[in-house]
Design a protein around this ligand. Structure first.
Ligand code: G3P
Length: 220
């Protein structure tokens, strides 16, 4: 499973990509608005930090306007992926963009049938919103596993991008459910590698080493 960062914050993205273990970035209008930055300048900075796919979402709800926005967004970088809401106009725009060889991420997906239509429109990714389904008492993880079953059965290439991730447990569960990628908020990403027993183990190793005074032998 690939790891994406769900953020438009330049410092968060820079911090994560310095370590080289992240595969891409997803943004959305809320995340961009939160930065207080101009969308195009923020996106330009992001595509120059991130070697992998960077999802940038259209604001328009009409397919013709979506296409106009997409044409502007893809000029910003060849790793820009056009993020489009899963509506009829969105599907229409996705189909047209796919025909032009432009990568797309159909977002706000909450059902298996929406995901199937996104695949039929040629979407590169479909973003399944796990946390928001759980907010309304539904099973977001089962959505991922159902789509995985469907896509595997029919040999569909569209990638399942698990989104609306709220915890480390979500990351584990969507990985086990077969998501091709998960897009993770920075604060959760920054928890993934941490464990108190890891820290305790390192301290113990160093303490034992110091006691044995091995430095002289090892580095003599
Ligand atoms: O950016 C797409 C998605 O991950 C946002 O989900 O529920 O955290 O706003 P949410």
């Amino acid at each position: 499973m690939k790891i994406f960062i769900d953020s438009a914050d330049i410092e968060e993205i820079r911090t994560v990509f310095e370590n080289g273990i992240c595969d891409g970035v997803t943004t959305n209008p809320t995340l961009v608005a939160r930065t207080g930055q101009d969308f195009k300048s923020a996106l330009t900075q992001i595509v120059n930090i991130v070697p992998g796919p960077v999802s940038a979402e259209v604001i328009a709800t009409d397919y013709k306007e979506m296409l106009k926005e997409a044409e502007e967004l893809i000029k910003i970088g060849n790793n820009v992926v056009i993020k489009i809401p899963l509506t009829l106009d969105g599907l229409r725009a996705c189909k047209i963009l796919t025909g032009k060889g432009i990568k797309t991420n159909m977002t706000l997906c909450f059902t298996t049938l929406q995901a199937l239509l996104a695949a039929r429109a040629g979407a590169t990714y479909v973003s399944t919103f796990v946390g928001r389904l759980e907010d309304v008492g539904e099973n977001g993880i089962k959505l991922v596993s159902d789509i995985k079953t469907l896509f595997s059965m029919h040999k569909i290439d569209t990638k399942i991008l698990a989104a609306s991730i709220r915890s480390q447990e979500h990351v584990k569960e969507v990985a086990l459910a077969g998501a091709d990628a998960a897009t993770i908020p920075f604060k959760i990403f920054d928890q993934l590698y941490r464990h108190p027993l890891t820290d305790k183990g390192i301290a113990q190793f160093l303490d034992d080493w110091k006691k044995a005074d091995q430095n002289k032998i090892l580095f003599s």
